[in-house]
Design a protein around this ligand. Structure first.
Ligand SMILES: CC(C)(COP(=O)(O)OP(=O)(O)OC[C@H]1O[C@@H](n2cnc3c(N)ncnc32)[C@H](O)[C@@H]1OP(=O)(O)O)[C@@H](O)C(=O)NCCC(=O)NCCS
Length: 184
């Protein structure tokens, strides 16, 4: 396959802005986390597909923490940019902000990282263009993505080891400070 021309981060930078309408709210009047996740998936797709020039799929999502509630009537903007490319995968960083239209107050609700994979017409992972890093921010985000990948791989290995070696009796003392009643 012919090697592809590199593309800049700006080439695929994408923002979606959406008004939070009442049907997006939960019983407490705040916006459902699932609505925000769906919008994040959409903007990640748009950004990844623009870089890859192909259909893409979501493989994993990191860093989803909703630290601030989003209210009905607010304008939510999701800013997506490509942070990292592998051979067929891309990491898309998404910054979510909510704006109170009346006061102009803007709050940062979360930043998450979507790993997307480019697919060819046979639904097989396919190579994506290299990334041109034009600014220190582009370089920092790329390096951070490498670090996150390493940390995640270590975490996965440690978790798998813990699971296979987990002895219930040896670890029962951990339940003493938990709010549980053991009845067996
Ligand atoms: C993800 C998927 C493409 C991997 O396919 P595969 O045949 O195992 O392909 P590979 O092993 O070559 O992996 C492809 C890329 O995905 C990356 N990848 C695979 N699993 C991953 C994971 N859990 N987290 C992050 N990246 C992952 C690989 O590192 C590789 O990236 P690289 O080419 O940049 O090095 C495949 O499992 C798939 O299509 N999953 C379903 C995705 C989907 O439908 N998403 C919608 C959600 S409902």
């Amino acid at each position: 396959m012919q090697s592809q021309s590199p593309k800049t981060v700006n080439h695929s930078r994408t923002t979606i802005t959406e008004l939070m309408i009442p049907s997006y709210a939960n019983f407490g009047g705040k916006i459902h986390g699932g609505i925000l996740l769906s919008l994040m998936d959409k903007v990640a797709y748009a950004c990844a597909a623009k870089h890859a020039g192909t259909y893409c799929v979501t493989v994993s999502i990191d860093g989803v923490e909703f630290l601030q509630p989003v209210e009905v009537g607010q304008l939510v903007s999701l800013h997506a940019s490509i942070n990292h490319v592998g051979r067929t995968s891309m990491v898309i960083g998404i910054r979510v902000v909510a704006e109170n239209i009346k006061t102009g107050e803007i709050k940062h609700t979360n930043t998450s990282y979507f790993t997307m994979v480019a697919k060819d017409d046979d639904n097989k992972p396919t190579e994506v263009p290299p990334l041109v890093l034009e600014s220190d921010d582009d370089i920092r985000r790329f390096l951070e993505a490498i670090k996150r990948k390493e940390l995640k791989a270590n975490y996965k290995t440690e978790l798998a080891n813990e699971k296979t070696s987990m002895q219930i009796e040896e670890n029962l003392h951990l339940l003493e400070k938990e709010r549980v009643v053991v009845k067996r």
